[in-house]
Design a protein around this ligand. Structure first.
Ligand code: GLN
Length: 304
């Protein structure tokens, strides 16, 4: 039996003092205030054991990690109809890239880049009665935790500087791939990105993807086939133009956010979340990527 606590501590110890060349996301002003030195890891085994190190119980802005949760909800609501409005190919471009969207007639490459997640948000807006409330309840249910909520401050901060997302949403609207008002869709999108969770809550919420669609509370939310597809999208698209590198170094499906969080999982085995706010040039956590590489190398637990 592996000593998971010792492994997490070893990884934390080896990385906490390395020179961190990453930079905290500043294009959302509220995120620029987060101290660069935060660093936590939480591991949740499918058998129920939990292991933590560092700042794993401090809340972070989950940002793009929320795109996997909104994709799951949309899949649950509309099934494969989703694929008529968003593709499932890696983009090879940054999360906020726009010109591919124009070249491909308003069909985003995948649901984990911003334009794709904005289409998913539009689908949720069309199908949920009280979109923000219903989506938050879905996340709370997945994580089995009623305390999870939006940060109005972060959502507003992103709205005020969200020019690139306004451009994406307007482009989608021009191509007929946005059914609701740009303002309403982006209000939902900025809120989903603003959700605050700690590393442990993230591993709880992502348990459903390691457990064939059944969440911690033992409710079946997704079919095994939907989970297979969501994990495939995470593996191929979860880290944008660094998805190949993450698969190469870590070998797990996962998702990053510009708040510095990363969640990854090994189906039927574990979910793991890291938080270190300073990002590498591709917008993924500088230390989180390295921590996960060390974890799968030391434990030999990866999908490959
Ligand atoms: N809310 C951020 C944005 O839309 C999410 C980006 C990310 O986490 N990669 O720019």
């Amino acid at each position: 039996m592996l000593d998971y606590q010792a492994i997490l501590e070893e990884i934390h110890e080896s990385l906490k003092n390395v020179e961190n060349t990453g930079k905290v996301a500043a294009y959302i002003p509220e995120l620029a205030n987060v101290p660069k030195g935060k660093f936590g890891i939480h591991l949740h085994l499918i058998t129920g054991e939990n292991y933590s190190v560092g700042d794993a119980s401090e809340k972070l802005s989950i940002q793009s990690i929320s795109k996997v949760l909104s994709l799951a909800k949309a899949f649950q609501l509309v099934g494969n109809d989703l694929l008529e409005r968003v593709d499932v190919e890696p983009s090879g471009h940054p999360f906020n890239h726009l010109s591919l969207l124009e070249l491909e007639d308003g069909i985003p490459r995948n649901p984990l880049i911003n334009s794709g997640a904005i289409v998913v948000a539009d689908i949720l807006l069309s199908h949920l009665k009280n979109p923000k409330e219903d989506f938050l309840n879905f996340v709370r249910e997945l994580a089995h935790d009623e305390t999870i909520s939006y940060s109005e401050k972060v959502a507003e901060s992103e709205r005020l500087t969200g020019f690139n997302n306004y451009a994406a949403a307007n482009l989608l609207k021009a191509y007929g791939n946005l059914h609701n008002d740009v303002e309403d869709v982006l209000d939902f999108y900025f809120h989903q990105c603003s959700i605050m969770m700690d590393c442990r809550q993230l591993t709880n919420a992502f348990f459903v993807f390691a457990n064939k669609g059944t969440c911690l509370k033992n409710v079946q939310h997704l079919t095994a086939s939907q989970v297979k597809r969501i994990n495939a999208i995470m593996l191929t698209c979860g880290f944008y133009d660094e998805a190949g590198e993450f698969a190469f170094e870590v070998g797990l499906p996962g998702k990053s956010g510009v708040g510095g969080g990363i969640v990854a999982l090994l189906p039927h085995c574990f979910t793991i979340a890291t938080w270190a706010p300073a990002l590498n040039p591709k917008g993924n956590s500088y230390l989180g990527m390295q921590a996960l590489e060390q974890f799968t190398t030391k434990t030999k637990l990866s999908i490959f």
